[in-house]
Design a protein around this ligand. Structure first.
Ligand code: NI
Length: 208
């Protein structure tokens, strides 16, 4: 694989309802300071293999805290997404938060969004295969096919039901996290297990 870098322009907001509206943003902009780091569940823990349960809206205080904690836990681990089962909670909730980092140097940037009771409404026929890793499976990277674009629905933190179209890496994160709340992890989706590389080798591939 070549060492080419992809110049990534800032990703357009996939949350179409936000544009031109004066309603509160669904993005989690200033929440990070409020949360506490939780332990990230590791592959082998049953919660990662269970189908998570729906949340009721409006959120309880405990669920608000859960989102704050997931945000901080994800940021500390340099993740670009995190699902509730990854902090041991079997609820249909995850955060999508791409930004360039040492783990994903080519990621686009989007403010974090908490998505509750998400649904995959439509998807492209076309699939794209690219690298994934997972905070619950440290040290391993593999090449995973995902739909190139998806149309999704979810409940935002303020209780609104939003619809969004996502493509590329953001669509990939959605699909990865959506798998988590259904008890799947990325290694289940790797078609050729010979593509697995260690984190150290992956970094060499990305950074040269
Ligand atoms: Ni994961």
């Amino acid at each position: 694989m070549s060492k080419r870098r992809h110049p990534h322009p800032p990703a357009p907001s996939p949350l179409s309802r936000e544009k031109g509206e004066r309603r509160p943003s669904p993005y989690l902009r200033e929440r990070a300071a409020k949360g506490r780091v939780r332990v990230i569940t590791q592959l082998g823990m049953p919660v990662l293999r269970q189908v998570s349960k729906r949340l009721s809206v409006p959120l309880t205080k405990a669920h608000e805290r859960l989102i704050d904690d997931m945000l901080v836990t994800m940021k500390k681990a340099r993740g670009v997404g995190i699902a509730a089962p990854q902090v041991g909670v079997g609820l249909r909730l995850f955060i999508v938060a791409p930004e360039p980092s040492s783990r994903y140097p080519r990621a686009p940037r989007m403010p974090p969004v908490a998505m509750m009771n998400p649904v995959l409404v439509k998807h492209s026929q076309k699939m794209v295969t690219d690298w994934e890793g997972c905070l619950s499976i440290p040290g391993l990277r593999g090449r995973v096919p995902r739909y190139q674009s998806v149309e999704v629905e979810f409940t935002a933190r303020d209780g609104r039901r939003l619809r969004a179209e996502m493509t590329g890496f953001i669509a990939r994160i959605f699909q990865h996290e959506f798998d988590h709340i259904n008890g799947h992890v990325f290694i289940d989706r790797v078609q050729d297990t010979r593509t697995f590389v260690t984190e150290a080798e992956y970094r060499k591939l990305m950074h040269g």
